[in-house]
Design a protein around this ligand. Sequence first.
Ligand code: FES
Length: 162
Amino acid sequence: MKAIRLYAEPPSWSMSRRTAVQATAAFATAQVAGCAAPGSPTGPANSPAREEPRAQVMVPLQMRVNGQTHDMVVDARTSVLDALRENLNLKGTKKGCDHGQCGACTVLIEGRRTNVCLTLAVMHDGLSITTIEGLSSGEQLHPMQAAFLKHDGFQCGYCTPG
Ligand code: FES
């Protein structure tokens, strides 16, 4: 009876230490230079999408902002901050650092304080959002709004964080 071999033979490790060091150095140099060896998994021949701009993906969503429901179509990469400011023209929510560090973009999402410059709008489809504009009840200012007026708060993010 003939034996069936289930596994391939292990590779032959005949590479010298000098060759291995040279190959590693060449690969590292190519990575640092931004061009891996042609034909390698990270080489230019195998990553044509790297040079091309990404396609814009538009996503329909619904946001309930300050008690009003808004249907909109946004780029999937749109932050809640940009959706509020650019799509809904609610400029009370400020863009300070745009990196989650200053708090100028703070709103309440389902009652929880959130820095919305770091939050994608598509992640909050259908959720309730309260901005600074939505804190007042009728003509009566919310204590937060009154404090901004009284103390001339800039809400730049660093001197008057959210
Ligand atoms: Fe969002 Fe600064 S703009 S934390």
